[in-house]
Ligand binder design. Structure first.
Ligand SMILES: *Cc1c(COP(=O)(O)O)cnc(C)c1O
Length: 368
């Protein structure tokens, strides 16, 4: 039986050539590739600087450190995200404060932010979930009013635009991930983008053991980390980035076909929403089961028996046992919790054909 995984990396012969060139060169770290990737990335996204790092989580950690967020500070963020966005806030000793989401886009609802602001609030960590931009106009307005920094977790949304502008370029810094299920992949890998030279310098230094940018080995100015991206990953990133537009276009075609197939059933399935100010860059295709008695576990089992992977997407962060131990509880973010209980990610990757999608949709509908 044909198997449909949730995600599948899309690797071309050019990707392999670029990586082989690095392997043949003998320079596997701190060579020329990570700098090439940084410059190409900044150019593509429209930021002044980009700092390559070992993964998106490391990037979020550095972005928060560079923003000066520390012990005792509070950072407002979305509960409906991958755990890393919130964990990074804990890494710097600050407290994640969750603002509930908009049920259409699953992004933080700006209307819920102001009531969460206290004297300790220093920043808003905006997550652009699933490839759909958050409502930046209102978030920026609130940040200005209360003098808060904005850091963007754009790990799922490379290439998405809000009012014509790339996500990741609205805040003091923006963070991307190249984990193998993302739109652009390097294996493990991430990037911090910023228009602020000081932020870039701090991130570069912290990613490389705290070394001063010019003195190389001679001085360690601060407590740093080894969050460097290796040269094979960077070369793969360069190759992938060159066809970003093509990748997003292909993903959009697949999403549009899913949507066309599912639309007649929108009374029982909520299809992804794209607001008129945004373009979606399609990290995943997530539906929501609208029937009160829909048994998601049974649907997942039934799909699995037909060779189709599917997954609840995503759990609300504040309900993880580790977070509950810190005092977060059920009922804190009801919209996010309700979404977590009824959303389902379907197979989504370049290579899925129309026939594949028809089969996946038909199977899902049969099980509902
Ligand atoms: C993937 C992801 C990350 C973390 O990226 P890694 O590269 O896996 O560390 C952070 N936030 C969100 C929302 C993500 O989807």
């Amino acid at each position: 039986m044909k198997q449909y995984p949730l995600a599948k990396p899309y690797i071309t012969s050019k990707d392999k050539r670029y990586v082989m060139k690095v392997l043949n060169s003998g320079y596997l770290s701190l060579g020329s590739q990570y700098g090439n990737f940084e410059r190409a990335f900044a150019k593509k996204i429209g930021s002044k600087y980009a700092c390559a790092v070992s993964n998106g989580t490391a990037g979020l950690h550095l972005a928060l450190l560079a923003a000066g967020i520390r012990d005792g500070d509070e950072v407002i963020t979305s509960p409906f995200s991958f755990v890393a966005s919130s964990n990074a806030i804990l890494y710097v000793g600050a407290k994640p404060v969750f603002a509930d989401i908009d049920p259409r886009t699953y992004n933080m609802d700006p209307g819920n932010i102001e009531e969460k602001i206290t004297k300790k609030t220093k920043a808003i960590l905006v997550v652009h979930i699933f490839g759909h931009p958050a409502e930046m106009t209102q978030i920026i307005k609130i940040a200005r009013k209360y003098n808060l920094k904005i850091i963007e977790d754009a790990c799922e949304s490379i290439g998405a635009t809000y009012r014509g502008r790339q996500v990741g370029t609205f805040g003091e810094s923006g963070v991307f991930s190249f984990y193998p299920n993302k739109q652009i992949i390097t294996g493990e890998g991430g990037m911090v983008v910023t228009n602020n030279k000081r932020i870039y310098d701090i991130c570069s230094s912290l990613a490389n053991q705290g070394r001063t940018p010019n003195m190389q080995w001679l001085d360690h100015r601060r407590l740093g980390y080894n969050y460097r991206m290796d040269e094979m990953s960077a070369a793969l990133g360069v190759a992938q980035l060159e066809r970003l537009e093509f990748i997003i276009k292909q993903r959009r075609k697949i999403a549009d076909f899913y949507t066309a197939q599912l639309k007649p059933h929108s009374d029982i399935i909520q299809i992804p929403y794209v607001d008129r100010l945004s373009t979606h860059s399609w990290f995943v295709y997530v539906i929501r089961l609208l029937r009160k008695n829909a048994n998601r576990e049974k649907i997942i089992e039934g799909l699995k028996a037909r060779g189709i992977a599917s997954k609840p997407y995503m759990p609300s962060i504040h309900l993880f046992s580790f977070y509950k131990k810190m005092g977060y509880k059920s009922g804190d973010s009801p919209v996010s919790e309700a979404a977590s209980a009824s959303t389902l990610a379907l197979p989504f990757y370049i290579g899925l054909t129309r026939e594949d999608i028809k089969y996946i949709v038909k199977s899902t509908l049969t099980l509902l």
